[in-house]
Write a protein that binds this ligand. Structure first.
Ligand SMILES: Nc1ncnc2c1ncn2[C@@H]1O[C@H](COP(=O)(O)OP(=O)(O)OP(=O)(O)O)[C@@H](O)[C@H]1O
Length: 261
């Protein structure tokens, strides 16, 4: 075949050892991957989900437990976010890819006066991802939130809702047919940033159709935590330990067959 006509296949990227260790530990601690799982990764095109994509691909080659991997992106049809650039990239990786278009942007605009527009978009997006997973026969949805996200959610929940809560690392959805996993739960945001820069991943910077660049409570928490981390570099280690029982919520509902051990 004429070499110019051959499909371009993206090379395997080097695997950062620290990220690999932390993801491996999270997968083991929270029993995230079961033999034969069909995992659908939610890919926004941000540095975190792109990094997770490459780490899961590497894991698929090396992990003793076999699993399948597919990828889905929700296109909220916003003028600021164009995930089309991911299409040729995903083709080069030769992984099943689903680009789901949904007019979240228009609907979010109608909700902008509400304080909860961020969660509105996230809920809409999640619904699209669940539908895609069910339609395509995936039983696990992987999301790219990391330890910094968990810590920010923890403080936002306490500051604004008076509750000690954060995201769960692994749980089953109410309908019972899908599990949600967050394999970057022990990873720091800066590790993903570094990996994405070093490997020149095709990062899309604008994703949230509703925020329109407004500073959010999350950004405020990020700054607060960054200041505190300057005073105490062990901050996130301590927070990880403090949040562990909250991260583990939902694990008891998983009912894996060998749950007695
Ligand atoms: N448009 C989208 N399509 C598919 N998955 C998404 C989309 N937006 C977010 N997600 C998923 O939800 C996770 C958390 O979303 P969030 O908006 O906090 O991330 P982000 O900053 O946009 O991107 P990333 O986390 O990939 O750097 C993402 O890591 C990704 O797994």
């Amino acid at each position: 075949m004429n070499p110019a006509l051959q499909p371009v296949v993206a090379p395997r990227l080097p695997v950062p050892k620290l990220l690999q260790r932390r993801i491996g530990r999270a997968v083991a601690d929270f029993r995230m991957i079961q033999p034969g799982d069909r995992i659908l990764l939610a890919l926004s095109g941000g540095k975190d989900s792109l990094t997770l994509l490459h780490m899961l691909r590497a894991m698929q080659r090396q992990f003793s437990v076999p699993f399948e991997l597919g990828v889905a992106t929700v296109d909220p049809m916003s003028p600021d976010y164009d995930p089309q650039v991911l299409v040729p990239y995903m083709a080069s990786l030769e992984i099943p890819y689903f680009l789901e278009r949904q007019d979240i942007y228009e609907r979010a605009k109608k909700h902008l006066l509400r304080p909860s527009y961020c969660s509105f978009c996230a809920r809409m997006r999640r619904g699209v991802l669940y539908r895609c997973a069910r339609r395509e026969g995936y039983n696990v949805l992987a999301l790219g939130q990391h330890l910094d996200d968990f810590a920010e959610s923890f403080f936002m929940s306490m500051f604004y809702n008076g509750e000690m809560r954060t995201m769960k690392a692994h749980y089953r959805v109410r309908e019972g047919d899908l599990r949600v996993i967050r394999p970057l739960v022990y990873c720091r945001e800066r590790q993903m940033r570094q990996h994405a820069e070093e490997q020149q991943l095709p990062v899309i910077y604008e994703n949230c159709p509703a925020c329109f660049g407004k500073p959010t409570e999350r950004q405020h928490m990020k700054e607060l935590l960054a200041q505190q981390e300057i005073r105490d570099p062990r901050l996130f280690k301590q927070l990880q330990r403090a949040m562990l029982p909250l991260m583990r919520k939902g694990l008891e509902d998983l009912n894996f067959e060998d749950d007695h051990d």
